[in-house]
Design a binder for this molecule. Structure first.
Ligand code: ATR
Length: 273
């Protein structure tokens, strides 16, 4: 049977096996999908061993995405832009192809929630790996403006300069930000510590769409905060998780699974509904 897995550390709580098993059942694909948690300095060896032993493809998550970028034979254009690899496929001619489906997953999830990206003013919070992966797919949707704000302003400036050729992207400090924005995407890891990015409450209005790439069984700190300040449309990163997985599954198997039912089952599994 074709073998796939996700590499990460820690990875024990990953929902990827659950999601891909449902995709395989739905599309009647014969495959198995597992977990691998190599020590941080043993990822390269573990990756080699997996493919030597007949593995067909894998996902890569924190903290290995940047390392995977350097280990594959070939990169897709979107992985090259993201500077990170979250999906690897062994091609029929024995080449390890590195791809990145995170940004496509974000855009697909935003669209499935009915969020309009064309001609919109987007505020992206954070300038780490998650922000980098989102930039090209967001700019491809032709927003009128995309502003990056980050605690360490120089990192936002660097990112804006790097992606400037793809669209109207600028960097501003949190203090400089002037609304109205149509969509705020939180790519910071602040919610992991229950913290908030230092965003002025005045930027939140009833018609704004709020997206937090993090997720949990209850609202993230950022989503709770935005709701308190009047945001009516809030979304967490669970849909992005399922959509990036669907994109990876499509890369591997050449068949696109449906995501709606799988997202519902995942929510049930997490106790969200
Ligand atoms: P990831 O790969 O998830 O993007 P990362 O590369 O470590 O992770 O980036 C984390 C991002 O969250 C950074 O933009 C970080 O800001 P700094 O560049 O200033 O470190 C941001 N971040 C983390 N905690 C934050 C907090 N409490 N408030 C605001 N931004 C925060």
């Amino acid at each position: 049977m074709d073998r796939y897995l996700v590499f990460g550390h820690p990875v024990r709580h990953s929902k990827s096996p659950f999601i891909h098993t449902l995709f395989a059942r739905q599309t009647q694909q014969e495959l198995e999908y597992g977990l691998a948690e190599p020590a941080v300095d043993e990822f390269a060896q573990a990756l080699c061993t997996f493919f030597d032993q007949g593995g067909k493809g894998c996902n890569v998550t924190v903290p290995f995405k940047e390392q995977a970028f350097t280990l594959v034979d070939r990169l897709s254009p979107r992985a090259k832009r993201a500077g990170a690899v979250n999906t690897i496929k062994l091609t029929d001619d024995g080449v390890l192809l590195g791809d990145n489906t995170d940004g496509a997953g974000l855009v697909a999830d935003l669209k499935s929630h009915g969020v309009t990206l064309a001609d919109s003013r987007i505020l992206l919070l954070g300038a780490g790996g998650a922000a980098r992966g989102a930039l090209a797919p967001l700019l491809a949707e032709l927003p009128s403006e995309l502003v990056i704000a980050n605690r360490t302003h120089t990192k936002a400036q660097q990112l804006a300069a790097e992606f400037h050729d793809l669209g109207p992207v600028t960097a501003q400090t949190y203090e400089q930000l002037a609304g109205p924005f149509d969509l705020v995407i939180n790519s910071t890891s602040a919610s992991l510590q229950g913290e908030l990015p230092p965003l002025a409450p005045a930027l939140i209005h009833t018609d704004i769409a709020i997206y937090d790439m993090m997720y949990g069984a209850s609202d993230t700190a950022f989503i709770s905060w935005a709701k308190q300040h009047g945001a009516r449309q809030t979304m967490d990163g669970l849909g992005m998780l399922v959509e990036q997985a669907a994109e990876a599954f499509t890369v591997w198997r050449g068949i696109r699974p449906g995501t709606k039912q799988v997202l519902r089952e995942l929510k049930r599994n997490l106790g969200v509904i």
